[in-house]
Structure formats: structure tokens, C-alpha cells
Design a binder for this molecule. Structure first.
Ligand SMILES: *Cc1c(COP(=O)(O)O)cnc(C)c1O
Length: 357
């Protein structure tokens, strides 16, 4: 027996785990400054931690009430019907549901390069083929409707990331509308707003009021600091929202995740502090690092360091872990997550020292 032909599939390369690196360096994990995976430097909201601890007692039951309650809460927050909120195992899980709901074998999708690897991975799992639109470094990774529409060739799904990972730029709502208008009626435009909280801009969810061809992805992994519980969702148009029942994994988000999400939504202070600190940190990095950067609307900054692999390795020796962007096709850039003030200052100091060598 053999699995099906997986030769076109690529593995996801995650930022390296802190324990892994600490062990390798013979250091304590607490001594490391981990700015590689865009995680929240403040951790989860204390209210979410509390909710997870309390939910542990109920872990023997399926998450019925909590799943429904969280769906309703999010629907209220976005002024949409509950059916339009598709809870999932992380934003990645929501991408899978959107692919399941749209892609027939042989359908094509259009993804950004550089960009988030999981769009293409998910499409391939669902027997789709992957085409790319190129965001060029010489144009500052500009996110313009024409860039996407020039590359568009009737694909079933078009993925937009706003704010974009790894550049930090964003699409205007006008550009997103122009893309949705410029593509076929049966093309779905997925707007990935994993970093939406950090951007001082309206969400594309408002476009769903008049359109049936845009879906928006959101996650609790970044600004809410819950990457470890795996909780995300898509907001989809009312016209086909009932497809969720036909494609989802039963109880798509766990009891612990749903309880954590509900508690996190009540803790505005934690999100505000996370967002404020990220805004400070991205300014601080751009202003003080001795290398070119791009304007970021997210919780990270892309920095052009020359030899990314070498610089990331040097930094790791110094206890600072950043994301080498070679796997994004940017072998001269690293992506630095916004840390606490102290972590961010340390990272900038170490990057400057390494670059000066
Ligand atoms: C982090 C991230 C996601 C979602 O991650 P999950 O942890 O699965 O919610 C989606 N898109 C982009 C661009 C991301 O960086």
C-alpha cells in the first residue's frame, strides 16, 4: 500500500520551537528571546488561562454549548448571522473548510509569493492546483488589485493576506473589492486577516453585507495569544454559509479552545495592550535597526539583512530567534516578531551588532 502521489506537496516550515533551540544551545528556554513565530509576547489573557483550567474538568464532554456560545458571540461582534461564523482548529483549519467547500479536483487557486505556505498546502490536500501572483521586493511588496488581477486566470479561489505575512503591508478595502469585482462570479476571494487586530483599518467583513464572493479569516493565535489552543474561524457570506455543516469536522473547536476564546473576547485590555506594544515595537525596529525594513501593519517587521540564514544563525547563538525568510523565497530577509519592549530592544541591539561584524 502507498499513500497517493504527494510529490507536489511541500512541508510547512514552522519557526523553530524555543525548547528545541534552548536544548541545542545548552541554554534555559527563559533566557531566549523568541521572535520567530509572531506569537504574543504577553501570552494568553489571564482570563483565558483561568477558563482553560476550569474547562479541564469538563474535558470528558463534547463541546456543544461552548461551541454554540462562541459562534454566537463572534456573530454578534461582526454583525453577521451565526451560520456565517465557521469555527475551526486554528485559522489553518478554517482554510481547510473553505477549500473543502469550494475546490473540485483539478480546480486552481491563486496564492501570493512570498506568502503564507498553508494556502497552497490546503488546496493541494483538496486536489487543487496552485498558481502564484508575485509581490515584488523592488515594488516594496505593494499590495495592489492589478498585481492580483494581472496574474488571475479564472482560479476558483484567490488568497489575499491583509496585513500580509511576511511583508506587513495591507490591501485597502477598495483593492479587495476591485479584485472581487474583477474575478469571475464563481471565484471566492479569501481575505486572511490573521493580523487584523494590529492594523488600524476596517475589516473586510463589512464587504460581506453586499457580496457573496468574499470570505474573511480570523484567528485567536496572534493578538489573543492563544496559538497553542488552535482556534480560528472564517466569516462567510450568508448565501452559502450552510455549507459548513457539509464540510466541517464535528466539534471543530475543542471545549478548552471555545472556553478560552469566550474568555479572551471579554478581556479587551489584554488585546489592547498586545496591539499597543506591537505598534510601538514595529516603529522601534524600523527606526533603530541598521537595515532596510518595510512598513508593517502587523506584529512583525521584515528586515533586509543580507544573508538571512547566516544572520539568523548568529542571532540564535546570541539567544535571539528570528524567522529566516529563505523558505518564503527571501534569502536576504529575516522577519522579527514584535516582542515586549525589553525583548524588542535586545533584538535590535543584537541584530545591529551582528550586522556590524
Ligand atoms: C498565523 C497565521 C494564520 C493562522 O494561524 P493559526 O494559528 O492556524 O490560526 C493564518 N494566516 C497567516 C498569514 C498567519 O500568519
Amino acid at each position: 500500500m502507498e499513500p497517493r502521489d504527494l510529490s507536489a506537496h511541500v512541508e510547512y516550515e514552522a519557526g523553530r520551537g524555543i525548547e528545541e533551540v534552548a536544548r541545542e544551545l545548552g541554554m534555559d528556554a527563559d533566557e531566549l528571546v523568541k521572535l520567530a513565530s509572531n506569537e504574543n509576547p504577553f501570552g494568553p489573557s489571564p482570563a483565558a488561562v483561568d477558563a482553560i483550567q476550569r474547562a479541564a474538568e469538563r474535558a470528558s464532554s463534547y463541546p456543544k454549548a461552548s461551541h454554540a456560545d462562541l459562534t454566537d458571540r463572534l456573530a454578534e461582534r461582526w454583525s453577521v448571522a451565526s451560520e456565517q461564523v465557521w469555527l475551526a482548529n486554528g485559522g489553518d483549519g478554517a482554510l481547510d473548510y473553505l477549500a473543502r467547500a469550494t475546490i473540485e479536483p483539478g480546480d486552481e487557486v491563486l496564492v501570493p509569493r512570498p506568502g503564507f505556505a498553508y494556502y497552497g498546502m490546503s488546496a493541494r490536500y483538496h486536489h487543487g492546483d496552485v498558481n502564484e501572483y508575485v509581490l515584488s521586493k523592488t515594488d516594496g511588496f505593494e499590495l495592489a488589485a492589478e498585481t492580483v488581477l494581472d496574474a488571475y486566470d479564472g482560479e476558483r479561489v484567490v488568497y489575499l493576506t491583509s496585513p500580509h505575512n511576511p511583508s506587513g503591508g495591507r490591501f485597502s478595502l477598495d483593492a479587495i473589492e476591485a479584485i472581487a469585482d474583477g474575478t469571475n462570479e464563481e471565484t471566492l476571494v479569501v481575505v486572511d486577516e490573521a493580523y487584523g487586530e494590529y492594523a488600524d483599518a476596517p475589516s473586510a467583513v463589512e464587504l460581506l453585507a453586499d457580496r457573496d464572493d468574499v470570505a474573511v479569516l480570523r484567528t485567536f493565535s496572534k493578538a489573543y495569544g492563544l496559538a497553542g489552543v488552535r482556534l480560528g474561524y472564517a466569516v462567510v457570506p450568508e448565501e452559502w454559509a450552510d455549507a459548513y455543516a457539509a464540510v466541517n469536522t464535528p466539534f471543530a473547536a475543542s471545549e478548552l479552545a471555545c472556553r478560552a476564546g469566550l474568555a479572551a473576547l471579554d478581556d479587551d485590555e489584554h488585546v489592547e495592550r498586545s496591539v499597543e506594544t506591537a505598534r510601538w515595537a514595529r516603529e522601534y525596529v524600523s527606526d533603530n535597526v541598521n537595515a532596510p525594513t518595510w512598513e508593517s501593519h502587523a506584529n512583525f517587521v521584515l528586515v533586509e539583512v543580507g544573508n538571512a540564514e547566516g544572520v539568523a544563525a548568529e542571532l540564535r547563538e546570541r539567544g535571539v530567534i528570528v524567522r529566516d525568510c529563505t523558505s518564503f523565497g527571501l534569502p536576504d530577509c529575516v522577519r522579527v516578531t514584535c516582542g515586549t519592549e525589553a525583548e524588542t530592544r535586545t533584538a535590535v541591539r543584537e541584530i545591529n551588532e551582528v550586522l556590524a561584524e
